[in-house]
Design a binder for this molecule. Sequence first.
Ligand code: PMP
Length: 401
Amino acid sequence: MSVHAAVPALAARATSVGSSPVREILALTARPEVISFAGGLPAPELFDEEGIAAAFASVLADRPGAALQYSTTEGDPELRAATAARLSKRGLSTEPDQLVITTGSQQGLTLLAAALVEPGDVVLVEDPCYLAALQVFGFAGARVVAVPSDEDGPDPDALESLVLRERPKLFYCVPTFQNPTGRTMTASRRRAVADVASRLGLWVVEDDPYGELRYEGDPVPWISSFPDAVDRTVLLGSYSKIMAPGLRVGWMRGPVGLLRACVVAKQAADLHTSTVVQMAAARYLVDRDLDAHVARVRSAYGARRDAMLAGLSAALPPGSSWNRPSGGMFLWARLPAGCDATSLLRTAVAHDVAYVPGAPFFAGAPDRAALRLCFVTSGVEEIEEGLRRLGRALSPTPPLP
Ligand code: PMP
């Protein structure tokens, strides 16, 4: 008789880092009749399908052998050069060898965790924080500590005392049009973060996938641009929100020594980002006008933001509050005290509309009344209809006669 032994258990990290607790409810939003403000999805009808298809066709026609071959871990030289030129044009002088191309900026986070974080190390994050960053740091075995934050971003005094107390490896933030709140860190806060990093010694990971989606106001300087922080700041960028997320092309910009360690981690992870996709993205940047495309996306998204802002006071119960992001994809709302956005999501989905409850985004004490609304995936009329449904779902029960 053969013995059928049990397989060894999953690694502790695979069971301790949960998937999102609202995933199950959000799975119900896949029904086509649901208007979803939940996902962080760029609007598919705005993808430049024709331009991207032409870029792929062109590299496959001109250089099929190279496009279908293995390539270097650091990234396609033309894409690095075009990305460096674009960043320099936006005001952050960058050489191609200061960049590594990544498989989405999400991979940049994973590589940084591999290069910098030992199990038990402290990682500081904004509160609330981008959910998949919390997962990356959780997988790396970090002890994640939230920096108290307000509508202008993390509080610099709180950051300083936490750095002194916790001796963290790094501070992770999304300074511009943050996910999930849509807020933007002021220039003086950015300067203060650079100053703390320089005086007290820590890495700053500045994640900026949304910066080009600005609908009003002037750009705020990157933390990476403050001289104090130059040798300790890593800037993560992405083509997901300005070209298409399915390409999975992002980049990281940082000090050469740290990039070298990330390149070794990337070799172990995937050898390199898809050659053909990188070459197509580079060809697109040369042949097409990405700035003109981004301007079209900005104008459509700005109108969608305005439609959502216009409908919110009728959709959310009296006593709710929300912010007015100057760009990006998300808006942050707070239901009246005592409301629980997680339990109300079931009611919303029953009314064929969805949002993401805010609680899972907090590394510190969660705000159960908070929720995130994505305003870019649906068109203006759908946003208006979705808000009417939300209004019906969240309207206070009428008193019994
Ligand atoms: N950082 C933040 C703050 C994000 O919101 C996202 C995408 N939702 C990412 C990183 C990852 O983007 P990508 O891997 O597509 O570049």
